[in-house]
Write a protein that binds this ligand. Structure first.
Ligand code: TNX
Length: 548
C-alpha cells in the first residue's frame, strides 16, 4: 500500500474500510502537554484544506482524532541516527518516532514526546489534504509506524545575498515543518550583507546590513524579530541554527569596521557574489570582534546547541592561518557552552570529535565546473587559480574529519544545492522564463529525479555507515534568487527530496512511486500560496491540481 506521504514512512499496514473527516471532527488530547500541538494541527488543516476541526474534551461524543503520549509498538522502528541540533537525545527527550492508526471509528496518533506526536500529525495533515474534496476527507484505514533515519534534517538558507524578511522566513519554516525537517540554518553573514543585530557593534547592521547583492534592498533581523522567529520555529519543532561566516566571506564586516580588513587593501567584491580578503588571526582586534559577535548571537538562539562558524572559501589565505583561525573560533564557541559546526574546510584545522563538518564540495564534479565557461565569465582570471587550489584540497576533508571522530553533515553540491538550475521543462511559459533566469549557471541543471535517486551514505566518498553522519542538509544560496517567488520556485518541490533522503529509511527511492507521492503534496502548496516549480516529469494533474 502506498500513501501520499513525503517522506515515505517506515511501515504501513493496510486496514479494511475508511474514515471520513470534516468540519467539526473532534481532536482530543490525552495529555495536556499535547494541547499546543493539537491546536497547531487544527490550524494547519484549516489552512491546507479549509476543514475546521475542533479541540474537544474526551467526554464529548463524535468521531475523534485522539493524541497520546505512548510508546506502544514504536520499538519496531529503529531510533534515529546522527545528532540533534538542539543537543537533545534521540533516545528519550527528542524521540520523534510515532504511530498513526486510522480505523472507521477514529484516528489515534501517539509518540513518546510531543515532538513525535507533531511528526505523526504532519503525516495526517498530508493524508487529509491529499484526499480532501469540498471540505471532506475520506481517509483509507491504515496503521503507520514511523521515525526518522537521521536526527539532523536541515535547510541552509542564505539571507545575506538577498535579505529575506521575517514573513518569508516563517514561510520557509512552515515548509520545513510540512516536510518533517527540524533544522533551519541561517547563513546570516556574507560579503554582501550582515543580517543579525549585535548591539555592541552597531555598524554591522547599520552599514553591513544596508545593502545586498547588486542593487537589492538590504535589511536585518532585530533582536525582537529574531526572538519571534526562534519561537515560531520552536512551536513547529524546528531549531534555528546561526551561521557567522568567517574568516572569509567577510566583506560586510570590512565595510562596517575597515580596521578589521586586510592592511594591503586587498579586500572587496571582485565579481558579483565573490569577494576576497579574510579576517587576520594574528590581530587582537579580530578576536575582540569575534567575541563581541558570539556574545551577542549565541543568546539569540537558545534552542541551538551549535554555532556555525563558516570556514569556507578563505581564498588566498595561508593554510596555517586558516587553521589557526578555525581552532580559535571553535574554542570561543565551546567556551560559551556551545558546539561548533563548519563547512568542510574546517576539517583542515585541529577540530574535536564533538564538532560537525558540513560536506559540500562534490569533488567528482568540480573539474567540470572549473572548465565551465560561465565560471570564467563570472570570476576574474587571477582568482581562478586560488579557487582551483582550494577545491583541490577538498577531497581530503571527509577522511580527515572522520579521523578526528567528527560527524558529517551531508550537503553535496551535486544533490543538495538548491541553487542549481532546474533541469526539467515546465508547460507554463512564465515558469520557463523563471527557470532560465534563476539558478547558478556554473552548475549543471538538476532534475527532481536526480534529487531522490541517491543515498547520503553510499554516495559520499569516504563514508560507509550512518554512524559517521550527523544528518542531511540542503543549501539554498541566493546569488541568482532575488525575491520570495524565486526562492520558493527553487525550494519546491526539491525540499520533498531532501525530506525523503534525510528522514526515510529506504535507501532506494523509486522514482515513479515518489513522483505520485510528491504530486499529491501540491494541494497544500497551492492552499498556502507557495510558488512551486511544475516539472513536466510529474503528473501534477492526476491530483486534480490546476490552479497555481
Ligand atoms: C559556495 S557553499 C559557497 C557559497 C556560494 C555557493 C553557491 C559554500 C560553503 N560557499 O558562498 O553561495 O557556493 O552555490
Amino acid at each position: 500500500m502506498t500513501l501520499s506521504l513525503v517522506p515515505a514512512p517506515a511501515r504501513i499496514l493496510a486496514h479494511e474500510g475508511s474514515l471520513e473527516i470534516g468540519d467539526g471532527t473532534h481532536v482530543v488530547v490525552e495529555s495536556n502537554e499535547l494541547t499546543a500541538t493539537a491546536r497547531r494541527f487544527i490550524d494547519d488543516v484549516r489552512i491546507d484544506t479549509g476543514i475546521a476541526l475542533e479541540l474537544a474534551s474526551p467526554s464529548d461524543s463524535g468521531t475523534p482524532v485522539v493524541l497520546a503520549l505512548d510508546t506502544a509498538e514504536l520499538d519496531s522502528v529503529a531510533a534515529a541516527g546522527g545528532v540533534r541540533a538542539d543537543g537533545r537525545s534521540v533516545a528519550d527527550a527528542a524521540d520523534e518516532r510515532h504511530g498513526i492508526s486510522i480505523t472507521p471509528e477514529g484516528v489515534r496518533v501517539w509518540g513518546a514526546t510531543a515532538e513525535g506526536v507533531h511528526r505523526g500529525l504532519t503525516s495526517l495533515r498530508q493524508l487529509i489534504a491529499a484526499v480532501s474534496r469540498d471540505r471532506l476527507a475520506a481517509l483509507p484505514a491504515a496503521e503507520i509506524l514511523d521515525g526518522p533515519r537521521f536526527a539532523w534534517r536541515g535547510l541552509s538558507f542564505d539571507v545575506a545575498r538577498t535579505f529575506h524578511g521575517p514573513e518569508t522566513v516563517r514561510r520557509v519554516i512552515d515548509m520545513c515543518s510540512l516536510h518533517k525537517l527540524n533544522v533551519l540554518h541561517l547563513h546570516l553573514t556574507d560579503d554582501q550583507g550582515w543580517r543579525i543585530e549585535v548591539p555592541t557593534r552597531p555598524a554591522l547592521t547599520a552599514i553591513g546590513g544596508a545593502g545586498a547583492l547588486g542593487d537589492r534592498p538590504g535589511g536585518y533581523y532585530t533582536l525582537a524579530e529574531m526572538a519571534e522567529l526562534v519561537e515560531y520555529a520552536a512551536a513547529r519543532f524546528v531549531t534555528l541554527v546561526p551561521e557567522i561566516d568567517m574568516p572569509g566571506h567577510t566583506g560586510a564586516i570590512f565595510r562596517a569596521y575597515p580596521e578589521l580588513a586586510p592592511a594591503d587593501g586587498r579586500a572587496g567584491e571582485v565579481a558579483p557574489g565573490l569577494a576576497i580578503g579574510t579576517l587576520d588571526p594574528e590581530r587582537p582586534e579580530t578576536w575582540a570582534f569575534v567575541e563581541d559577535v558570539l556574545d551577542a548571537v549565541i543568546p539569540q538562539f537558545p534552542q541551538s546547541a551549535y554555532v556555525h562558524v563558516g570556514g569556507d572559501e578563505a581564498f588566498g589565505m595561508a593554510d596555517e592561518a586558516h587553521a589557526a583561525f578555525v581552532e580559535r573560533a571553535v574554542a570561543l564557541v565551546r567556551a560559551r557552552g556551545r558546539r561548533a559546526l563548519g563547512w568542510q574546510e574546517t576539517a583542515r584545522a585541529a577540530i574535536g570529535a564533538d564538532e560537525i563538518v558540513q560536506y559540500w564540495i562534490d569533488s567528482r564534479e568540480t573539474s567540470a565546473m572549473m572548465d565551465n565557461e560561465a565560471l570564467k565569465t563570472m570570476v576574474p582570471s587571477e582568482l581562478l587559480p586560488l579557487i582551483v587550489e582550494t577545491m583541490a584540497k577538498a577531497e581530503h576533508d571527509v577522511p580527515r574529519a572522520l579521523a578526528t571522530g567528527a560527524k558529517l553533515l551531508i550537503s553535496p553540491t551535486s544533490r543538495l544545492y538548491f541553487d542549481r538550475p532546474h533541469a526539467e521543462d515546465s508547460a507554463d511559459p512564465a515558469q520557463e522564463e523563471m527557470r532560465a533566469r534563476v539558478g547558478l549557471p556554473v552548475y549543471p541543471p538538476m532534475s527532481l529525479r536526480h534529487g531522490v535517486e541517491w543515498d547520503p551514505v553510499d554516495d559520499t566518498p569516504g563514508v560507509s555507515s550512518d554512524d559517521q553522519i550527523a544528518g542531511v542538509e540542503a543549501a539554498i544560496w541566493c546569488e541568482t534568487i532575488a525575491n520570495r517567488d524565486e526562492l520558493e520556485f527553487m525550494l519546491l518541490p526539491r525540499i520533498g527530496g531532501l525530506a525523503e533522503k534525510s528522514w526515510a529509511r529506504r535507501t532506494v527511492t523509486e522514482w515513479n512511486d515518489y513522483a505520485e507521492r510528491i504530486a499529491a503534496q501540491a494541494t497544500i502548496w497551492d492552499a498556502r500560496g507557495w510558488t512551486w516549480f511544475a516539472a513536466n516529469t510529474v503528473d501534477w494533474a492526476a491530483d486534480e491540481v490546476t490552479a497555481r
